[in-house]
Design a protein around this ligand. Structure first.
Ligand code: PGA
Length: 242
């Protein structure tokens, strides 16, 4: 794992957008996995504008959504599916057969997990994965105490995630469980970027990069990834020792 520091959020987002494009230019059928939330928002915007400006052909790439809130319909603003649609699929005209997302309203959530694992396997694994980091050290919905050795799975949400998660919705939401890729997917991905910006992420970035690798702080898993990058702006980097 390495750490890449950028002057600000814009520079960080620009770098990740360029890295995504470089991956797709090298391998037009690359499998890309992205999160939702505040951290990747500018990366999505820059990626979309660069793809349009440079007329990059995305007709062969495949997209995987990192996670979803259980019980939240995909049409609702704040669901991960809504974010992927409005930030990526609609602006770029990505067709339905080019992505796979968890359905958080499925009555067979175990089946959703099995389907996700099968789809990733059929596509030959994830080439480029971007993840954020929660205020409790989660990645996706891999909450503190998660088993590292998991594929897609369903997780009871931590209090921090339930509280922080309200910001994404227009009205108070009952959030209890998440459905998420597991750390086997993360460790098997060719390249993984964990992105974080802002002063409030300084402490969690420090623990992810420099703390013990332990499931009590899930993002410490990044230290085990050969091609893992923790990419941060100056504020999020401010707690790091060097
Ligand atoms: P954020 O969420 O990017 O909105 O800070 C990160 C996360 O909880 O994974």
């Amino acid at each position: 794992m390495k750490i890449e520091k950028f002057s600000d959020y814009e520079a960080l987002s620009n770098h990740v957008a360029e890295a995504l494009i470089a991956t797709l230019q090298e391998n037009p059928s690359a499998v890309i996995c992205m999160p939702t939330g505040n951290s990747p928002r500018r990366t999505f915007e820059l990626f979309v504008s660069k793809v349009k400006e440079r007329s990059i052909d995305l007709s062969n790439f495949f997209f995987i959504g990192l996670d979803e809130w259980v019980g939240v319909p995909s049409e609702l603003r704040g669901s991960c599916a809504y974010e992927f649609r409005s930030l990526l699929f609609e602006p770029l005209g990505i067709e339905d057969h080019q992505f796979h997302l968890f359905d958080g309203t499925s009555l067979d959530l175990e089946g959703e997990c099995e389907m996700m694992d099968a789809v990733i396997q059929e596509h030959g694994g994830i080439d480029f994965m971007v993840v954020g980091i929660g205020m409790n050290g989660h990645i996706g919905f891999n909450e503190p105490g998660v088993e590292f050795d998991r594929y897609a799975h369903i997780v009871p949400l931590d209090e921090t995630t339930i509280t922080v998660g309200q910001q994404y919705f227009d009205q108070p939401m009952k959030l209890e469980y998440g459905i998420t890729l597991g750390f086997n997917h993360l460790l098997n991905a060719q390249t993984v970027y964990l992105i974080a910006n802002g002063q409030k992420k300084a402490e969690v970035v420090k623990r992810a990069a420099e703390g013990p690798v332990d499931s009590s702080f899930p993002a410490s898993i990044m230290q085990r990834h050969m091609n893992g990058v923790i990419a941060v702006d100056a504020e999020a980097a401010s707690g790091l020792s060097n």
